[in-house]
Ligand binder design. Structure first.
Ligand SMILES: C[S@@+](CC[C@H](N)C(=O)[O-])C[C@H]1O[C@@H](n2cnc3c(N)ncnc32)[C@H](O)[C@@H]1O
Length: 459
């Protein structure tokens, strides 16, 4: 991390602002608005700064900076228009262990001012560690739009009722669930509208409801999409933020794992090359066990949980143990890969249907109806097919597919090193070999591939 965000109690900050110009005025105003104790040392005062000094009855000395100005302060703002003087303040501040913000000089600042969104007592601070104030400003504008103006009032309301709820609900998980349900219900709107008595009535009712019921676990079977966290659904994100425990496997990217609530337990249950994974039966039992213990369990699966993900077996186990569950769909690899390659999976002229198949060894047995797969005007999407590419293309050819049928292999769709290799049924194996393609990869077969939007990316 380039910066450590740390929220300080303003009454414990004692600051001296050195300089009397416009920039010093801006910084002083920010500090005073937050309730920081400030003094000013400046040879000349900008009229607005003089006004602030008067309004807040600040101690202000009209003279150059002296080393003893750093006594009894823990923050100094070096805002003179003399670079040498600012450097000297920096040297002395570091020596004295005082935080310094040197205006427009990152290299000589041990503390910088973030971009702030103020919904007191809620404060959102954004920093790019000084790399791009413009980016920070843009982010701030974006976040502003999603935070209601009554957020501060809601935070105060919840804060004031926290100890009462704490006494009534001693179990921390029940408490967390309770506050989550408060935020999902009518209370935020009532509080923001100033209808506090009604909000309190709803709060009391909900508390009675929770006390009267034992906590029931819930298993959410969540699709994580192909890898890019921006392709998670809002509902998936919400599940990750509320989970007590998350079971995941190796199709889940680190960036998606980063979206899990910090103190949720994470359990890896996948298979890695050469390493035996947790067997399905054991996973089913773990899900049931945690749900019976009243936990919010997330079973996180790559793509969509019900497409070649063994989600069906987990659902059966949950049903037979009478566990409450929900399924949160995700963007499956076929859609993710088609989007990356710019291939429409259906097209009114060339493909009226699309089939998803898996090329796992067990699926290569004779009960695959290859003839049905080579039909005209359809798109075939093959999952888990990279290592079986030669067999799949050979079988399709033997069952009558034209050797010139276009084929795309999309590897690591939505990752930064995603790759699209295109060719035909007869030459795709060679092209994939010479392009050093790694998994996971999805194969798309059919005339739609010729409509791919980015031939320049292909080989
Ligand atoms: C066990 S299946 C899981 C499929 C998943 N449930 C879905 O809906 O996408 C794994 C296969 O999904 C495909 N796959 C998963 N993530 C992918 C990605 N980012 N790019 C391309 N293919 C991917 C590959 O064919 C891989 O072998």
């Amino acid at each position: 991390m380039h910066s450590l965000p740390l929220f300080l109690d303003p009454s414990s900050v004692r600051c001296v602002v050195v300089g009397g110009g416009e920039v010093a005025t801006r910084k002083l105003r920010t500090l005073l608005d937050a309730g920081v104790n400030c003094r000013v040392v400046a040879r000349v005062l900008h009229h607005e700064l003089a006004q602030l000094v008067e309004e807040h009855s600040l101690d202000c000395e009209r003279r150059p900076f002296r080393a003893d100005d750093l006594e009894h302060v823990n923050l100094v703002i070096a805002a003179t228009d003399d670079k040498e003087a600012n450097l000297e303040i920096h040297r002395l501040a570091i020596e004295a262990g005082v935080w310094i913000n040197a205006v427009d000089d990152l290299d000589h600042s041990s503390a910088i001012f973030p971009s702030i969104i103020n919904r007191d007592p809620v404060t959102v601070a954004i920093s790019t560690a000084g790399h791009s104030p413009t980016l920070a400003r843009r982010l701030r504008a974006r976040v502003e739009t999603i935070l209601s103006s009554g957020l501060g009032r809601l935070a105060l309301y919840m804060g004031e009722r926290r100890s009462g709820v704490g006494k009534a609900l001693s179990d921390p998980r029940s408490r967390r669930d309770f506050w989550d349900s408060v935020l999902d219900g009518p209370i935020p709107d009532l509080v923001e509208a100033g209808r506090i008595r009604e909000a309190d009535e709803v709060l009391e009712d909900s508390m009675r409801g929770i006390r009267g019921s034992s906590r029931r676990g819930l298993v959410s079977l969540v699709g994580a999409g192909p890898g890019d966290p921006d392709l998670l659904t809002l509902k998936a994100l919400e599940c990750l933020q509320r989970a007590d425990v998350v079971y995941y496997d190796n199709l889940i990217s680190d960036q998606v794992l980063d979206r899990i609530r910090r103190d949720a337990k994470r359990v890896y249950v996948g298979k890695r090359r050469g390493v035996e994974g947790t067997i399905q039966q054991v996973i089913n039992e773990m899900l049931v066990h945690d749900a019976l213990a009243g936990l919010r369990v997330v079973r996180l699966k790559g793509g969509d949980p019900l497409i070649f993900g063994r989600g069906g077996e987990e659902l059966e186990a949950l049903k037979s143990a009478d566990i409450e569950f929900e399924v949160v769909p995700g963007i499956t690899a076929a859609s993710g890969s088609a989007a990356i390659a710019g291939v429409p999976l259906t097209h009114r002229d060339v493909a009226h249907s699309v089939r998803f198949i898996t090329a796992q060894v067990s699926a290569m047995s004779s009960d695959i109806d290859w003839e049905a797969l080579v039909g005209e005007r359809q798109t075939l999407v093959v999952y888990m097919g990279l290592s079986e590419l030669a067999v799949v293309t050979q079988k399709l050819f033997e069952h009558g597919m034209d050797e010139l049928t276009p084929v795309a292999v999309v590897s690591r769709a939505s990752y930064h090193d995603q790759k699209v290799v295109t060719g035909t049924l007869s030459n795709i194996v060679g092209r994939v070999e010479s392009n050093d393609v790694s998994g996971p990869a999805t194969i798309i077969v059919g005339r739609v591939v010729a409509l791919s939007r980015s031939p320049s990316k292909d080989s």
